[in-house]
Ligand binder design. Structure first.
Ligand SMILES: [Zn+2]
Length: 248
């Protein structure tokens, strides 16, 4: 796929900001990270961004988990083809409190049960670039790269839902022919809040902004490397005075 010299189109959502909800620590953080990404993208040059969770991420969508993503696929994408679809999460792993880190989950729907037509797609662009994106987000947050073997990459099939034979609902809802053809789709799990060290990092006042810087750098890296994006983008933080922690 070739994007060329135009701004990237980003459809973003905060995990658990829907009728099903989630743990308060994660849901609160996801919303603040979503708002921080939207704000930074709008201050920057080269990113068109919309959040499918209300109030640019801080609000609660009245539908269940897949309703907002389905709106993206059926209502936004036909008029505003989405380059990157991303939902923000943080991991909980109470049975393994030593588990830490940052990873991405990519679509891999072959043979999984789905409420929507399932083309069984694998997002190869995300598969190829997920480890790099996890390293970029690790670099701005101070969290380690996580996931199986600390690779930073998890297939939909390796998640608890996938192991039970079902698709993740947000990937199922966005597996339309159009989005499968032209969108990169992924979930980020940034930090494991059941680990004390990660949770302390994730509780720092500037954490949402640090994650936002990493995520936008990761979008740009994915688009340049995998999608032939050659717009002369500028991320706002990189033209401001930055602390050494976020400037590395
Ligand atoms: Zn979550």
């Amino acid at each position: 796929m070739r994007i060329g010299p135009r701004p990237l189109r980003l459809a973003l959502g905060a995990g658990h900001h829907n009728a099903r909800g989630g743990t308060p620590f994660e849901a609160d953080l996801n919303g603040r990270v979503c708002r921080a990404i939207v704000d930074l993208a709008r201050l920057s040059d080269g990113f068109e961004i919309q959040s499918y969770t209300p109030e640019d991420g801080l609000g609660i969508h009245p539908g269940v988990v897949d309703v907002g993503p389905r709106e993206v696929a059926m209502t936004w994408d036909p008029d505003w083809p989405v380059d990157i679809f991303h939902e923000i999460h943080a991991q909980a792993f109470p049975s393994r409190p030593s588990e830490r880190g940052v990873f991405l989950i990519h679509p891999d729907g072959v043979g999984l049960a789905s409420d929507y037509p399932n083309p069984g797609e694998v997002d190869e662009d995300v598969v190829e670039h997920a480890a790099t994106m996890a390293r970029i987000i690790s670099g701005t947050t101070g969290l380690p790269v996580g996931g199986p073997g600390e690779t930073g990459v998890v297939s939909e099939r390796q998640t608890l839902v996938g192991l039970e034979g079902r698709r993740l609902r947000i990937f199922a809802a966005t597996a339309t022919p159009g989005m499968v053809a032209h969108s990169c789709r992924f979930i980020t799990e940034v930090g494991t809040h059941t680990n004390a060290v990660d949770r302390a990092i994730m509780s720092q006042p500037g954490f949402a902004r640090m994650e936002a810087i990493g995520v936008i750098r990761a979008y740009a890296s994915l688009a340049v490397t995998q999608l032939d994006w050659n717009y002369a983008y500028r991320i706002a933080v990189e033209t401001e005075q930055c602390t050494s922690a976020i400037d590395r």
